[in-house]
Design a protein around this ligand. Structure first.
Ligand code: TYM
Length: 326
């Protein structure tokens, strides 16, 4: 029996190279070794206001991105979260064993709620409980995510352990899989901040659907630190960030990258980095255009059926253990 992985992304805003390097690239790499479930988490998306027709389109567009990135529907199950109602059902159950204090400590809630908890949506508050339900429904072994999801993963583990302790062994306790390189790609405009879909400064992110000119301009405009050498150095986060994008895309070691740019300046480095990113995006964008809606639905519908059969099994156990006989 293969071990199982589960991960997902929100159909909000445009996906950027941080999403790819921190998550999607690893989803693809892991799909041979694991039984993989990759979800389009549209119920998470509505924790912040969304325009309905934009959300519907973004949901299918995200399926295109998964496929273009190399998620293979023959190997992995791809589905839309709202197609499997068990996600919302388990969220209610787990919210009954979650504590206000532990949810209040979630840094993403504090960031997205902009510190104003009186005005923040209740869905934004319980967001991590829905995420725990996603993961725990599938008896997941491993969850490949970027660094920003680590705290949510810890909550998922805590809830699984608490439920198992109080009601008997039910859930597998999942492990995070956070890559060594690429777990937190930073904004090109501010290396103290992560590259983010919701950043108002569009120059901070390289979007997966940016055209070659835009990519080149964004990289040329990227902030750099003082110093001239092209090296990984914690005290120089801007150049280290650009260099890690280069390193992961070229699949070279850190030492090989540094040696390659020895004696070269920022201008030369940025030109080469822009070429590498453009060459990576070109075939990716061609593949995005290959999938029409009909093809997508022919993947997503059976995906949801398969997911539902596993999710329903887990939920039935949960109801039995709690005395809510289903
Ligand atoms: P989302 O949609 O914000 O991001 C999708 C994935 O991209 C990673 N990521 C990054 N990695 C490196 N550098 C960055 N700058 C960067 N920005 C984003 C994220 O860590 C994520 O892995 N809550 C999740 C979606 C979710 C989920 C789940 C994930 C819902 N249920 C269950 C795993 C398991 C989110 O908002 O991802």
């Amino acid at each position: 029996m293969k071990k199982r992985i589960f991960s997902g992304a929100q159909p909000t805003g445009q996906l950027h190279i941080g999403n790819y390097l921190g998550a999607l690239k690893n989803w693809v790499a892991l799909q041979d070794e694991y039984e993989a479930f990759y979800c389009i988490v549209n119920l998470h998306a509505i924790t912040l206001p969304q325009d309905p027709s934009t959300l519907r389109k973004a949901t299918l567009d995200l399926a295109r991105i998964y496929l273009a990135a190399g998620v293979d529907p023959e190997k992995s199950t791809i589905f839309i979260q709202s197609d499997v109602a068990e996600h919302a059902e388990l969220t209610w159950i787990l919210s009954c064993i979650s504590r206000m204090g532990e949810l209040e400590r979630m840094t993403q809630f504090k960031d997205k709620g902009k510190g104003n908890t009186e005005r923040a949506g209740v869905g934004l508050f319980t967001y991590p409980v829905l995420m725990a339900s996603d993961i725990l429904l599938y008896q997941t072994d491993l969850v490949p995510v970027g660094q920003d999801q680590k705290q949510h993963l810890e909550l998922s583990r805590d809830l699984a352990e608490r439920f198992n302790r109080d009601f008997g062994e039910t859930f597998k306790v999942p492990e995070p899989y956070i890559p060594k390189a690429g777990a937190s790609i930073k904004s090109l405009q501010d290396p103290e901040k992560k590259m983010s879909k919701s950043d108002e400064n569009l120059n901070g992110s390289i979007f997966l659907l940016d055209d070659p000119d835009t990519v080149t301009k964004k990289i040329k405009r990227a902030v750099t630190d003082s110093g001239t050498t092209i090296e990984f150095d914690e005290s120089r986060p801007a150049i280290s960030n650009l260099l890690s994008i280069y390193q992961i895309l070229t699949e070279n070691t850190a030492e090989e990258c540094v040696a390659h740019f020895e004696g070269k300046g920022y201008g030369h480095f940025k030109t080469e980095l822009a070429e590498v990113v453009v060459e990576f995006l070109r075939p990716f964008q061609d593949r995005v255009r290959e999938f029409d809606d009909e093809t997508l639905l022919s993947i997503l519908k059976p995906g949801a059926e398969k997911a539902r059969s596993i999710a329903a099994d887990t939920l039935r156990k949960v109801y039995e253990r709690m005395g809510i006989v289903g």
